[in-house]
Write a protein that binds this ligand. Structure first.
Ligand SMILES: Cc1ncc(C[n+]2csc(CCOP(=O)(O)OP(=O)(O)O)c2C)c(N)n1
Ligand SMILES: [Mg+2]
Length: 403
């Protein structure tokens, strides 16, 4: 069991307050330390602004589109955890409780924008139109796994068509890679209309050297005299497997680190889809048009296990987990939409049932697809297979036939 928490820095209990909308200026300490939010955990709007659409700055269509993908992701994650326990898949990392931080960030982007995802951003691919069948094929490592040809662990989705770069398991690699992609976009496209690149990581990855390397380059690279079209996005779920955020950083926030690299920093309530969408839209437009790159910290909580290989009850106080589970992002958004007379409980139940039926059908189909062909193990490295690998392939095929 870890020491009891003494600091409210990350267990932010002031859930009914919000600082003003971030200025997106370097050095805006309030925006870097306090969490911007639109909704309280019960879905009530904290401060309605008559100048904004619906008083929140988010259309009902956008709120409903996000709710749909968030519910779908929860249904898929729950089922995948069950499949792993039944031995039907080897591994899974769920985004449970982080659906707002994932889906709203994806919803803020245009389709031509790039995503370098970490483990919990697969929902962005689905939200962009990645077929559920392909998503499942990647998890099963089947012949239809166009992302990784069965060579990767589950959850390593990728799609050329969707500008969704296949994730590397190695923590924080997304950051320098995202800098490079953003640099390429800045060379190829002129402001104010450049494709934006989102690099996503978790709180634990901010302790990796790659994170700091990326922040340095993000600050100093100024193609055409402009900032890179880059958003560095940290989902701070307060745990890196069994290492709590207090052991990861002694800074008042992760977003504050932006200032020392000359970047803009913003902190947002990662369980509030409306807040994440508003912040990420503003941030994306800011960097699209040439503004200084932004480090966004979305504060959330990993209410489940790290992955199916982990048992968090062995190292943390699950009483605190229950407090965070009560701030569920899906409930929050659904309550808001119900209060706006945009959703009924029956419609929400029907949405869940629809997602479950879709998944059941897709799973039945996915489990019929054979595994990847053995020979793909030997492909994609040499233009022509060298003799010693031809021998090994023949041996492997003989062994497979012999069973
Ligand atoms: C460089 C490196 N070190 C260690 C690991 C093993 N590892 C996988 S995930 C993880 C923790 C990640 O925590 P965080 O960045 O907070 O992301 P989260 O899983 O909480 O979303 C670790 C240590 C790794 N994949 N890469
Ligand atoms: Mg984490």
């Amino acid at each position: 069991m870890t020491e009891p928490r003494t600091s409210p820095r990350y267990d932010d209990l002031a859930q009914d307050r919000s600082p003003p909308f971030p200025s997106l200026q370097v050095g805006d300490r309030t925006a870097m330390i306090e969490c911007f939010r639109v909704l309280r955990p019960d879905g009530a709007v904290i401060a309605t602004d008559p100048a904004l659409e619906n008083g929140t700055g988010v259309s009902h269509a956008d709120a409903k589109a996000m709710l749909r993908s968030m519910v779908r992701q929860r249904v898929i994650d729950d089922r995948m955890l069950g499949l792993q326990r039944q031995g039907r898949i080897g591994f899974y990392g769920a985004a449970t409780g982080q659906e707002a931080g994932t889906i709203a960030a994806g919803h803020a982007l245009q389709l031509r924008d790039w995503v370098h995802p970490a483990l919990r951003e697969g929902g962005i691919a689905l939200h962009r139109g990645y077929p559920l069948r392909t998503y499942l094929a990647q998890i099963f490592g089947s012949a239809e796994d166009t992302s990784t040809k069965g060579r990767q662990m589950p959850c390593h989705y990728g799609s050329k068509e969707l500008n969704f770069v296949t994730l590397s398991s190695v923590m924080a690699t997304q950051m320098p890679q995202a800098v490079g992609t953003a640099y390429a976009m800045a060379l190829r496209h002129a402001a104010p209309d450049r494709p934006v690149c989102l690099g996503a990581i978790g709180d634990g990855a901010t302790s990796e050297g790659d994170f700091h390397v990326a922040l340095t380059f993000a600050g100093v690279m100024r193609p055409r005299g402009l900032g890179l079209p880059l958003v560095l996005y940290v989902q701070n779920n307060q745990w890196a497997i069994s290492t709590p955020i207090e052991k990861q950083s002694a800074a008042p926030s992760l977003a504050l680190k932006a200032e020392s690299y000359g970047l803009v920093g913003v902190r947002v309530d990662g369980n509030d889809a409306l807040a994440v969408l508003r912040v990420m839209r503003a941030v994306a437009e800011h960097v699209r048009s040439g503004g200084i790159p932004v480090l966004v910290e979305a504060v959330t909580y990993r209410v489940g296990a790290h992955t199916t290989s982990d048992d968090p009850s062995r190292y943390r106080d699950e009483g605190l987990t229950k407090q965070w589970a009560a701030r569920d992002p899906i409930d929050r958004l659904a309550q808001y939409l119900m209060a706006q007379a945009q959703l009924t409980q029956a419609e929400l139940d029907a949405l869940r049932a629809e997602c479950e039926a879709e998944l059941k059908q897709a799973l039945a189909e996915a489990e019929q697809v054979p595994p990847v062909a053995l020979r793909t193990l030997f492909e994609d490295v040499f233009a022509e297979l060298p003799p010693h690998l031809q021998d090994q392939l023949a041996q492997a095929e003989r062994a497979a036939r012999a069973g």
